[in-house]
Design a protein around this ligand. Structure first.
Ligand SMILES: *[C@@H]1O[C@H](CO)[C@@H](O)[C@H](O)[C@H]1NC(C)=O
Ligand SMILES: *[C@@H]1O[C@H](CO)[C@@H](O)[C@H](O)[C@H]1NC(C)=O
Ligand SMILES: *[C@@H]1O[C@H](CO)[C@@H](O)[C@H](O)[C@H]1NC(C)=O
Ligand SMILES: *[C@@H]1O[C@H](CO)[C@@H](O)[C@H](O)[C@H]1NC(C)=O
Ligand SMILES: *[C@@H]1O[C@H](CO)[C@@H](O)[C@H](O)[C@H]1NC(C)=O
Ligand SMILES: *[C@@H]1O[C@H](CO)[C@@H](O)[C@H](O)[C@H]1NC(C)=O
Ligand SMILES: *[C@@H]1O[C@H](CO)[C@@H](O)[C@H](O)[C@H]1NC(C)=O
Ligand SMILES: *[C@@H]1O[C@H](CO)[C@@H](O)[C@H](O)[C@H]1NC(C)=O
Ligand SMILES: *[C@@H]1O[C@H](CO)[C@@H](O)[C@H](O)[C@H]1NC(C)=O
Ligand SMILES: *[C@@H]1O[C@H](CO)[C@@H](O)[C@H](O)[C@H]1NC(C)=O
Ligand SMILES: *[C@@H]1O[C@H](CO)[C@@H](O)[C@H](O)[C@H]1NC(C)=O
Ligand SMILES: *[C@@H]1O[C@H](CO)[C@@H](O)[C@H](O)[C@H]1NC(C)=O
Ligand SMILES: [Cu+2]
Length: 578
């Protein structure tokens, strides 16, 4: 059944893409591709629990969106559920088209029940795997799907042409309603309930109770090369992934080609994507190998420590009977320990941009503005007359530079564009925290964080260097920071407190990895650089949804440039209103 539903998913994805191609005249270079996302409820059963979930077109995971580099996408989203919804095209640069980015109350008001909105954007200078997901509250727990960007026609991959391409999207399954979980957590101030299973393409697999029939199965032929398009759409967990007795060659991360390297295990944070080549063995008829994923965890709280498994199955020639197949053992991969920070560090150090003349790494060599932001957890006081379940009776909070972001009730981009920002946001996000403390040392006595809706304003084309420093206020923890509207280069990283006197000289300005989501090391820092060449309001937040809910988020406001092609385009007529 797992295989059947997977194949259904595959064929539906291709069907949608096929329809899009057929319905339109086809210019030689760029095409316009149309999709229709109907947001609707669907009953889905996993782990013997049937649940009514929010989906796109009744599919879980959602439909595959396929485009070529250079194409325009027109995706009409119609909301048939009682929840407000928005969709984010995670990793798409959205050059001058910020209205189509999707985070609720940042670039748009939500699409309300009965309303539609057409996301209209082009794919520029990116090829590889990205994904789309709901960007409001915790709805992305079920509303997500692959976004596949093929190279331009007749442009080959900078690696061996794969025999087949297979998306592998990780998620988290909750038996309970995730909207109830986060709203309960925000009320009590405690940590939210954790998931009941991890999933591969929506399927938890045989290591969970009542789940063997819901197993992702990849049937392969011997001696072929498969391109696995891996996506971590899990809500709250970084994941290790491995396939027994097979190594993987990493070739692309966050839709940017990398210098290929081989590894038995990959680490992928929520918000990251990784393309790997899997070379199947020359002969292995009927053999089956498990592929498994489980979390990499650095925080103090409870978490889902379970393991999702799928099956890699070598097709047996017909003359091999089921009996002879049974004799072969089922191989299982060995994953790193749940807290293996050493692996995480070594893995991230292997990631380098391809940096060839055709695919250069345009690392900003000079810096106009330097910023230093702390990221981490903290606390808010409990409301009077109530008891709270956060640390010492407080409420959990999270912050960037000690400012816990307060979500506005109208969209920031509209407020900026219409000149009505007063009372919505203030343009005074600090370039560094107001108070120095030993960020990764013993926790300070006062763990309370401040609130605010503050934006960092950048003139067009500012070359930015940003150090993201983890704090140990409530324990050091890795935070996958995601920036909208840009890719950035990860020019340095380390443990302890960032020290420009010693760390700056070790920056890699030649071939650093370029991506949209970076795991800030637990008890450490990363330095990133990007060129602010995209006018608009751009969200930056931890991609652990619980931390985003607690306020680990902020936004950049990049101003228009002088030239006509350096300005944000006007909003579309159907842009939702608050
Ligand atoms: C889901 O199941 C419930 C209970 O069986 C039923 O009332 C409801 O109509 C179903 N919803 C959908 C979308 O099929
Ligand atoms: C999409 O955006 C482009 C650029 O702004 C515009 O020319 C085009 O008319 C839009 N298409 C639709 C269907 O809104
Ligand atoms: C969270 O878990 C607790 C303890 O198991 C349970 O009492 C509560 O109902 C759960 N909350 C939700 C929203 O499911
Ligand atoms: C699975 O089922 C067994 C037997 O009913 C039970 O002991 C075990 O706790 C269950 N495990 C989970 C994770 O629910
Ligand atoms: C997962 O957590 C449970 C509950 O804390 C514990 O009993 C179990 O041993 C853990 N499993 C693994 C694989 O760490
Ligand atoms: C990882 O966990 C193991 C077992 O729980 C523990 O012995 C070890 O000290 C931990 N390592 C780190 C780096 O925290
Ligand atoms: C706190 O509780 C007292 C007694 O029940 C009540 O009089 C008071 O109004 C409550 N205060 C708040 C802020 O809810
Ligand atoms: C909670 O209180 C204990 C004892 O007073 C203290 O050691 C600890 O640091 C406090 N934790 C937080 C998060 O404030
Ligand atoms: C910060 O705290 C750590 C751990 O206690 C300590 O090793 C380090 O020297 C401190 N750094 C500074 C600058 O005080
Ligand atoms: C924190 O509290 C301890 C004990 O109450 C005190 O000795 C220390 O000076 C305080 N530290 C700061 C930075 O206020
Ligand atoms: C910040 O907001 C939270 C939740 O809205 C509230 O509990 C807390 O008291 C606020 N803190 C400050 C410093 O305003
Ligand atoms: C949906 O969004 C609108 C506009 O922000 C808001 O007024 C309304 O309360 C929201 N509805 C729900 C169900 O969250
Ligand atoms: Cu985080």
């Amino acid at each position: 059944m797992g295989t059947a539903s997977h194949h259904l998913l595959v064929s539906m994805g291709f069907f949608v893409a096929f329809m899009a191609l057929c319905l339109l005249p086809q210019p030689v270079q760029a095409a316009t591709r149309h999709y229709h996302f109907n947001i609707k409820m669907q009953n889905v059963t996993r782990l013997c629990h049937t649940k009514s979930i929010v989906t796109v077109n009744g599919q879980f995971p959602g439909p595959r969106v396929v485009a070529r580099e250079g194409d325009r996408l027109l995706i009409k989203v119609t909301n048939h559920v009682s929840n407000n919804i928005t969709i984010h095209w995670h990793g798409i640069r959205q050059l001058r088209s910020g209205w189509a980015d999707g985070p609720a109350y940042i670039t748009q008001c939500p699409i309300q029940t009965g309303q539609s909105y057409v996301y209209n954007f082009t794919v520029v200078g990116q090829r590889g795997t990205l994904f789309w997901h709901a960007h409001i509250s915790w709805l992305r727990s079920t509303v997500y799907g692959p976004l596949i960007i093929l190279p331009k026609k007749n442009v080959p991959y900078p690696f061996e042409k794969p025999y087949k391409e297979v998306p592998i999207i990780f998620g988290e399954w909750f038996n309970a309603d995730t909207e109830a979980i986060i709203s309960q957590a925000l009320q009590t101030g405690g940590g939210p309930n954790v998931s009941d299973a991890y999933t591969i393409n929506g399927l938890p697999g045989p290591l969970y109770n009542c789940s063997a029939k819901d197993t992702f199965k990849l049937k392969v032929k011997p001696g072929k090369t498969y391109l696995l398009r891996m996506i971590n759409a899990a809500l709250n967990d970084e994941l290790f992934f491995s396939i027994a007795n097979h190594s993987l060659t990493v070739v692309d991360a966050d839709a940017i080609y990398v210098k290929p390297f081989e590894t038995d295990t990959i680490l992928i944070t929520p918000g990251q994507t990784t393309n790997v080549l899997l070379k199947t063995k020359p002969k292995f008829p009927g053999a089956t190998f498990l592929m498994t994923a489980r979390p990499y965890v650095t925080g103090q709280g409870t978490f889902d420590n379970s393991t999702v498994a799928g099956i890699l199955e070598y097709q047996a020639p017909l003359r091999h009977s089921a009996l002879s197949m049974k004799k072969l053992p089922l191989y299982k991969p060995i994953l790193p320990a749940l807290n293996d920070t050493m692996f995480a560090t070594n893995f991230s150090k292997k990631l380098r941009s391809l940096a060839t003349p055709q695919f250069p790494a345009n690392v900003p060599q000079k810096v106009d503005k330097q910023f230093f932001f702390t990221v981490g957890l903290g606390t808010h006081p409990c409301d009077k007359n109530r008891t709270c379940q956060g640390p010492n009776g407080t409420k959990f909070a999270a912050a960037v530079s000690n400012i816990s972001f307060v979500q506005p009730t109208t969209a920031l981009l509209q407020a900026h564009y219409t000149g009505q920002s007063s009372g919505v946001y203030s343009p005074d996000f600090p370039i560094s925290p107001f108070h120095w403390f030993n960020y990764t040392g013993n926790p300070p006595n006062n763990t309370m964080v401040a609130n605010g809706t503050k934006l960092m304003v950048l003139p067009f084309n500012t070359s930015v260097e940003l150090v993201l420093q983890d704090t140990s206020i409530l324990g050091a923890e890795s935070h996958p920071l995601h920036l909208h509207g840009f890719n950035f280069f990860i020019v340095g990283q380390g443990f302890g407190n960032y020290d420009p006197n010693t760390d700056l000289k070790n920056f890699n300005l030649v071939d650093p990895i370029e991506r949209n989501t970076v795991g800030v090391p637990a008890g450490g820092w990363v330095a990133i650089r990007f060129l602010a060449d995209n006018p608009g309001v751009w969200f930056m937040h931890c991609h652990l949804e619980v931390h985003t809910s607690w306020g680990l988020k902020m936004a950049w406001l990049v101003l228009d440039g002088k030239l006509p092609n350096q300005k944000l385009l006007p909003p579309p007529a159907d842009l939702p209103k608050c």
